[in-house]
Design a protein around this ligand. Structure first.
Ligand SMILES: C[S@@+](CC[C@H](N)C(=O)[O-])C[C@H]1O[C@@H](n2cnc3c(N)ncnc32)[C@H](O)[C@@H]1O
Length: 284
């Protein structure tokens, strides 16, 4: 039985789990292999803090035992990766992108006569990005209900996806939603004694949430007119970014748009796109 993880009956409530360097290196290798997460040494404390609660829930006495647990329960990798993802997002985050969609992308979609329109929010987190896109589709796409229109919203985090599917946001999370849309596309409700807003079926029926690890094969066919992969590739190394950007390019229609986060750029990597403006690219 030597080496087997022996869950202790009850880990002390305030047990201070310390992550040793060797343990950290093993965890970061596993996270890279599974999801291409690039956890350099500066992230050791973050990893320790993010996984502590999990160790406690499993009743393990330390990271050494957790590594053994991972070996014996390979499905635990998914949970670990999920806990290591950063899911920060907001409704209408990076508003200039939405202005750009309104001013250039939707006029192009309206003029092109596509009957099938597909947008992809790759790394959608808890749904704020695809629901914001759905508002724009409703507002700016001609004949949205007469066409075959869908936003594919994918993420590796099952926790984030389950929030996304619920479509329930605290009132303060709607602070960037323009007033005229707040009551048009969200319904006021109460959840756990708090004032909340739930997305209306008008929005949710335009969005399909799916689990997808961008590092794996992509099962969908495409093609897409617009792909947003904002604030996701910052967690990957250059090699992975390079590979993903080429794959995104293949999944776009000619003339399709690829949008990354404001603080990201493709300048350091070779890419087949035409640079349209900072953080916005177009397939020729
Ligand atoms: C910071 S959030 C960005 C959310 C949204 N795109 C935005 O800009 O507000 C990054 C998301 O990328 C997801 N992610 C990280 N690695 C991933 C991978 N290998 N495959 C799919 N999604 C991943 C995380 O789970 C997280 O929800």
């Amino acid at each position: 039985m030597a080496g087997r993880a022996q869950p202790v009956q009850q880990a002390p409530l305030f047990q201070d789990y310390e992550l040793e360097r060797e343990e950290f290196l093993r965890i970061s290798t596993l996270a890279y292999e599974a999801a291409r997460l690039n956890l350099h040494e500066g992230k050791k404390l973050l990893v320790q803090n993010r996984l502590r609660k999990r160790l406690r829930a499993l009743g393990l006495s330390g990271f050494k035992e957790y590594l053994i647990y991972l070996e014996e329960n390979p499905e635990e990798i998914r949970t670990m990766v999920d806990l290591l993802t950063t899911n920060f997002t907001r409704l209408f985050r990076e508003r200039e992108h939405f202005d750009f969609l309104r001013d250039e992308v939707f006029p192009w979609l309206n003029a092109s006569g596509f009957e099938r329109i597909r947008l992809w929010s790759a790394g959608c987190s808890s749904g704020e990005e695809p629901y914001s896109l759905a508002v724009y589709l409703r507002e700016y796409l001609d004949g949205v209900d007469q066409k075959d229109v869908l936003i594919l919203a994918t993420d590796i985090s099952l926790r984030a996806l389950s929030k996304a599917k619920e479509g329930l946001y605290r009132e303060e999370q709607l602070r960037d939603v323009p007033a005229q849309w707040k009551f048009k596309y969200f319904r006021k409700c109460r959840s756990n004694g708090e004032s909340c807003f739930r997305v209306t079926p008008e929005l949710s029926r335009l969005v399909r949430f799916r689990y997808l690890n961008l590092a794996d094969a992509w099962p969908m066919q495409g093609p897409f007119q617009v792909i947003l992969c904002r604030n996701v590739m910052i967690y990957f190394d250059k090699e992975t970014q390079q590979e993903l950007v080429r794959r995104f390019h293949r999944y776009l229609v000619p003339g399709g748009y690829f949008i990354v986060g404001h603080s990201e750029s493709l300048t350091r990597i070779q890419n087949p796109f035409r640079h349209r403006k900072p953080s916005v690219y177009r397939k020729e």
